[in-house]
Ligand binder design. Structure first.
Ligand SMILES: Cc1ncc(COP(=O)(O)O)c(C=O)c1O
Length: 385
């Protein structure tokens, strides 16, 4: 609990600062809780269901979720990727967090290794531990792309899976098609060498929040043992509603047994099924997304200002986070320094990568504008310019 509580700690310290100085004088960039409201289409569907309820719409259902919803998700994925998905490849879940837990519960035996790349979404370590796995943390390069040479030596007979996350929390980096191709080739080589299967688990919670007209490079064309876990927490701004899904590559070996395992674990982990009301709604919203342009505007505003002040930042291509280099070697001390100016961020140590800090820019414009003075003061203090 102590190791995994950085974001929580920032949240609590922020609460104290807000009580002391007033909400409007504290600039909280610590949480990944989108401030935008769900798209208008969401409210229309919600209203339509309230006014014209479907018979039995609040009852139990099959544990994988409504066939109509899974069919809609499969159709959306087929359109996006050119690969033919059917409802049998889809399991609806209580968000991406449940999706990842269900996948890990299904595939892991005690002591199996799961490779993750630092900086990582901090919960991965706990999710892997939940199901008897052992997290093996590997580094990324200066652009936060996993190093394939290190990966090659790290994969062994106990490697059951890798978790990748693109667009990435906390860096905002999107992995290229070329990178995924090389990753797929490496996994194939290692599977052949050891006679094993290595699952590529792709956490796509931010898949639809990508910038500059980029087309999303997906894992599907590069590794048949791929499984994605995702949600509508960010793309429809519904994190409190807990709706997401798992999709399995149609060419995955033992696909039917795997999907049956996922459905069983969705039930026995106690999720039972994804929320019924949300499933009824999102099946009509597979082509709908919050305004990505709005997030891109926020990224441009903050990135341009931080660069002008002398901060070193890899420009995010998606999600709504930035992961600048900490001007001090001690990232925790630096984050405390920013706190003196009432700017709240999270130290990179919380993501397994000391020497950096995370900014979450899914905040209102007042917060973005207000934080600049603090960043500027600290930049001057440490002679960035
Ligand atoms: C990388 C990543 N994966 C998974 C999740 C969990 O998403 P959900 O709310 O859909 O469970 C988050 C939430 O912030 C995230 O940042």
């Amino acid at each position: 609990m102590a190791a995994g509580s950085w974001i929580r700690r920032m949240f609590e310290e922020g609460t104290v600062l807000k009580q002391r100085y007033g909400e409007e004088n504290v600039f909280d960039l610590s949480l990944g809780n989108p401030i935008v409201e769900p798209p208008v289409e969401f409210k229309q569907e919600l209203k339509r269901l309230a006014e014209h309820p479907l018979p039995g719409m609040h009852r139990y259902m099959v544990n994988a979720g409504y066939p109509e919803t899974r069919t809609a998700v499969a159709a959306g994925l087929s359109l996006e990727t050119g690969i033919k998905f059917t409802m049998n490849d889809i399991v609806m879940t209580c968000g991406a967090a449940a999706a990842l837990n269900v996948v890990l519960k299904t595939i892991l035996n005690q002591g199996d290794e799961v490779i993750i790349f630092a900086p990582y979404f901090v919960e991965y370590r706990y999710y892997i531990d939940n199901h008897g796995g052992v997290a093996k943390v590997l580094p990324t390069d200066e652009q936060f792309i996993p190093r394939l040479d290190t990966l090659e030596t790290a994969i062994g007979t106990k490697t059951k899976a890798l978790i990748i996350n693109s667009p990435n929390n906390p860096t905002g980096v999107v992995y290229s098609e070329d990178f995924l191709h090389r990753l797929g080739e490496l996994l194939h080589k290692k599977e052949t060498q050891y006679g094993t299967q290595i699952f590529l688990i792709s956490d796509e919670a931010y898949r639809k929040i990508i910038y500059d007209g980029l087309k999303y490079p997906s894992v599907w064309h590069h590794h048949p043992q791929s499984i994605i876990g995702t949600s509508h927490s960010k793309d429809l701004a519904l994190p409190g509603e807990r709706i997401g899904y798992i999709a399995v590559h149609p060419d995955c070996s033992q696909r039917e047994e795997l999907v049956n395992g996922l459905i069983f674990c969705n039930r026995t982990l106690g999720y039972v099924n994804a929320p019924a009301l949300m499933q009824h709604i999102v099946r009509h919203l597979q082509q709908v997304t919050v305004s990505v342009a709005e997030y891109q505007k926020k990224r441009d505003f903050l990135y341009d200002h931080l660069i002008a002040m002398g901060y070193s930042v890899v420009k995010p291509m998606g999600a709504f986070y930035m992961f600048p280099k900490s001007p001090l070697e001690d990232d925790v001390a630096f984050v405390m320094e920013l706190q003196q100016w009432k700017v709240l961020t999270v130290p990179g140590s919380g993501f397994g990568t000391p020497g950096y800090f995370r900014i979450s820019y899914c905040v209102d414009d007042r917060t973005l504008e207000g934080c600049l003075a603090g960043f500027k003061k600290v930049a001057r203090k440490f002679n960035l310019r």
